[in-house]
Design a protein around this ligand. Sequence first.
Ligand SMILES: [Cu+2]
Length: 188
Amino acid sequence: MKRNAVGLSLLGCMFMVVSAMCADAQEKAKEPASAGVAQIVALDECEPTSFNGVLGPDFCKNVALAALGFSTNLSDLFSKAAAGTPDPGWDFEPDELQVKKGTTVLVTDQGGEPHTFTEVKQFGGGFIDGLNHGEAVVPECSGGFSNVAVAKTRIIQGSTTAFPNLSKGEHLFECCIHPWMRVKVVVK
Ligand SMILES: [Cu+2]
């Protein structure tokens, strides 16, 4: 009898511990799903042979099926930009994003080469003249990667950068290398 009582109360304790854990989990589930997450992706279609021949091995790690023709070589990228018709394969998606305050904005470089995700006051040129189509470099991109403030905004192939606490209002981001890659984030 006594043994049974001890056994029962042990069982009871275990049950209480488990139900406490369950209650804890339920409490957590009630919290607003941390206001959510919104995803932006950086895309490009760099052609590895031409890019890496000039920029070094592994600069372009193509994920856009270059062997099947889904790619742009380096000289075409420059000539399209110079003509004012920059390659649309270099792109942030979506172009505009509306989020609630507290939303974490994630930026993932799903392209084959590095980019920057740089907040600017106004859209404009990046730090590579030949890709700017005459637009002046914006102050936030000035100096390129020798400017630590610019280097800090670099996004590397496959990496994800989180912006957990953007302030209310409009935020403009562009790539300081390919300045037609632009996105507006509106935080409400
Ligand atoms: Cu870029």
